[in-house]
Design a protein around this ligand. Structure first.
Ligand code: FES
Length: 125
């Protein structure tokens, strides 16, 4: 089987899909090669990520990676969320095929972009 049960589960029943209207940070990234796009919204209170949602226009592995990544950062501090690597996302999914690892990179990048956006907005406030 090419994909683990966890990948299939997060692809078929993705967690945290959607948009946060009054998000504190939004990160949007894309992969120029495959054309996939991922957008992550975060809500932050007292430095804790209290809510996170995503919209991914992309392959099944990208959807599963965004779903898992949002689960992994929910309730964490902003600094802990910044430490999340694509490797940790892939491991939490019980692995991704080698040629699909780049899909988990999108999730790491989208989270980092959302946090950067949050920090940039906060420093102007
Ligand atoms: Fe593009 Fe998976 S093939 S993110």
């Amino acid at each position: 089987m090419l994909y683990s049960e966890k990948v299939m589960d997060h692809f078929m029943n993705p967690r945290n899909v959607g948009k946060i209207e009054d998000a504190d940070g939004i990160g949007e990234v894309g992969n120029a090669k495959c054309g996939d796009i991922m957008k992550i919204y975060i809500k932050v209170e007292n430095n804790i990520i209290t809510d996170v949602k995503f919209n991914t226009f992309g392959c099944g592995s990208a959807i599963a990676s965004s779903s898992m990544a949002t689960e992994l950062i929910k309730g964490k501090t902003v600094d802990r969320a910044l430490e999340l690597t694509n490797k940790a996302v892939a491991e939490a999914l019980d692995g991704l095929p080698a040629h699909k690892l780049h899909c988990s990179v999108l999730a790491e990048e989208a989270i980092k972009a959302a946090i950067e956006d949050y920090r940039a907005k906060k420093s102007c406030a």
